[in-house]
Design a protein around this ligand. Structure first.
Ligand code: 4GT
Length: 245
């Protein structure tokens, strides 16, 4: 997977995408990330990338031509998807990440200032995506969120835990609780079942805790998820336990 980011502030990406798992995946060649500055494609004397809005109003709008030229300068890297990050786009979620991970080449266009000339959305981007209902000063943080989420779905990026990563949120449920050593910390003990060595019992407990958390914190997720037959028993147990307490 190649990810190209179009941003007026390329330096912003070095930190978040230059560490830990993503850094190792870049070094190992599982993913490639490039950042292109549209200012390099503004050819007037002052290399201007923004202008006043037609119709008046406050704030500046990003000009279309440097953005078009920046995207058109990118080398072909297989099946490509061009995404504009904007608050009015479709909501980003794990399903969208999986959809994007199926492309060979992702191009993420970051807006700045008040917004981007509408022709970028209409004629350059294949789709517009928002990471949530709030307004940021630029599309850079959303681009990092999408790059990170998609990258960890690419085979090899997570190494040994590749497969597990695919079905964790992909199960549509919240994660079960995790514990590591020490077995007792400041008087708080790790649930007994996890040290029992009984793998079937552990799997059942984890599934039940996933269901419990989802029911308590994100019941909306249960509308979408395809539950297994054995989940009915677990859910009944959870509800009975809730009635007791
Ligand atoms: C929020 C999001 C986003 C912004 C989001 C154009 C100028 C948009 C600033 C930019 N804010 N972009 N993608 N919620 N701000 O995804």
């Amino acid at each position: 997977m190649r990810i190209d980011i179009i941003s007026l502030f390329p330096e912003m990406f070095a930190g978040p995408l230059g560490h830990s798992i993503i850094k190792r995946a870049l070094d190992a060649g599982f993913i490639e990330i490039g950042v292109t500055n549209p200012r390099d494609f503004a050819f007037d004397k002052h290399r201007i990338v923004d202008d006043y809005p037609f119709g008046g109003g406050s704030g500046m709008v990003m000009k279309p031509d440097p953005l078009f030229l920046a995207v058109e300068s990118l080398a072909a890297a297989g099946r490509r998807r061009v995404v504009l990050l904007c608050p009015g786009g479709g909501r980003f979620d794990q399903a969208k990440a999986e959809e994007l991970a199926a492309y060979d080449h992702l191009v993420l266009i970051c807006g700045h200032y008040e917004g981007v000339d509408e022709r970028v959305k209409e004629h350059l981007a294949d789709e517009a995506i928002s990471i949530g209902d709030y307004v940021l000063t630029g599309g850079e943080l959303p681009a990092m969120v999408i790059a990170d989420t998609v990258a960890r779905l690419i085979p090899g990026v997570l190494g040994a835990s590749d497969a597990a990563a695919q079905d964790s949120f992909a199960s549509g449920l919240l994660e079960y609780p995790h514990y590591t050593r020490p077995r007792e910390f400041r008087g708080w003990e790790v649930p007994e079942v996890l040290v029992s060595g009984d793998h079937a019992k552990i799997a059942r407990w984890r599934r039940k805790e996933s269901l419990r958390r989802t029911l308590e914190r994100r019941p909306d997720l249960l509308d979408e998820v395809e539950l297994e037959m054995s989940d009915a028993v677990l859910l009944r147990e959870i509800l009975a336990e809730r009635d007791k307490s």
